[in-house]
Design a protein around this ligand. Structure first.
Ligand code: NAD
Length: 332
């Protein structure tokens, strides 16, 4: 196997890139932080010093395309506001780089198609930053669902919400694509799909009451939705920028298995009818990053490909349509 660590360039040095991804890249075995792309010159010296990044691996949004000539960079990781993902993934692919794109993949299904096509055309891999596919408690939920340890699944529910965010772009529909559903509700959708191993076929949805109509004039403050899954399974989702919540619950014939802290960067906890789950805490992002580097090195698919990102954007769109129309929306 190729022993070389693959070089990653982070595009967008905001709170997730700085708080989670760059530190995780200090723990990875198969990839490392090789470069940065930023529109904020004042961040450059701090990042260069902290992470030992040479001048030649520092780009801004205008010089970004010349990254194609940089042999140090194998992978571009797009960590920008949602509406900017499509442009930078497509430019990264055109520069001949493999790409990781943060969730939600894009704000329209059409953009997802363009991103997938661009990576295919360039012969490069595309994955989405779905870190929980590498987290032991969530993986245990997947196993219990798949092996039907507690019998057939009957019902699922999940909620993810937190107090109003400070990032202004998250409250602007043009940049975010929507409110908490786009940002954190997507984790509930992911949970329903990976625990059941199926995809929703229809949805109804209701917008919650706005406690601050001015702040939330552009996007929903909270939202609940009901997915009809195959085999009569119902999945109830809830998401909010006004209320903290964080759980994933699966009710099966012989009992309930659930994570009472499900989607955070750490601190997962869970239980089954047999007792509490007990797994090591891991660095999810480091695992995610190493898995993608290994997928490239070993020429095998990533478990979190662009197609999965597109599926989720399709589901997000269907939930918004159900919310807007007040009708049940069939998902094709
Ligand atoms: P952030 O606001 O902290 O960072 C965004 C970065 O984009 C900033 O560095 C900002 O300067 C830059 N930027 C460039 N052009 C911009 C523009 N026109 N307007 C605003 N910012 C601009 O946001 P974040 O929390 O780091 O989120 C970035 C992406 O990462 C989002 O897609 C988000 O959904 C995703 N994210 C994923 C996770 C996860 O757990 N996988 C966690 C947090 C965020």
């Amino acid at each position: 196997m190729n022993q070389k660590k693959l070089g990653i360039a982070l595009v967008g040095l905001g709170s997730y890139a700085g708080g989670q991804l760059a530190p995780a890249l200090q723990e990875t075995e198969h990839c490392y932080l090789a470069g940065i792309v930023t529109g904020t010159p004042s961040k450059i010296s701090t990042w260069k010093d902290k992470y030992n990044i040479p001048d030649k691996n520092v780009y801004n949004y205008q010089t970004f395309d010349s990254i194609k000539d940089n042999k140090d960079i194998d992978i571009v990781y797009v960590v920008l506001p949602n509406s900017m993902h499509a442009e930078y993934v497509i430019r990264a692919a055109a520069a001949g780089k493999h790409v990781i794109c943060e969730k939600p993949m894009a704000i329209t299904v059409e953009d997802c198609d363009r991103m997938i096509d661009a990576c295919k055309k360039a012969g490069k891999m595309l994955s989405i930053g779905y870190r929980l596919h590498f987290e032991p408690y969530n993986l245990e939920m997947v196993r219990l669902g798949k092996e039907k340890t507690f019998g057939k699944l009957r019902k699922m529910s999940a909620g993810f919400g937190f107090r109003p965010p400070s990032n202004v772009w998250r409250l602007k529909k043009e940049m975010s694509g929507g409110g908490p559903l786009m940002d954190v509700g997507i984790y509930c959708i992911q949970g329903f799909c990976y625990v059941s191993g199926t995809e929703p076929i229809a949805v109804t949805a209701q917008e919650g009451k706005k406690t601050d109509p001015e702040k939330f004039k552009d996007v929903e403050e909270s939202l609940t939705w009901q997915f009809e899954m195959p085999d009569g399974v119902i999945a109830d989702g809830t998401t909010s920028y006004g209320e903290g919540m964080n759980y994933l619950k699966a009710e099966a014939e012989k009992g309930t298995f659930q994570l009472t802290s499900a989607f955070n960067y750490s601190g997962q906890s869970g239980e089954t009818p047999n007792g509490r789950m007990n797994f090591p805490q891991v660095n999810q992002q480091a695992r995610q990053l190493d898995d993608f580097a290994l997928a490239i090195k070993n020429n095998r698919p990533t478990p979190v490909p662009g197609e999965m990102g597109k599926r989720d954007v399709k589901l997000l769109t269907a939930i918004y349509e159900a919310m807007r129309t007040g009708t049940k929306v069939q998902i094709k």
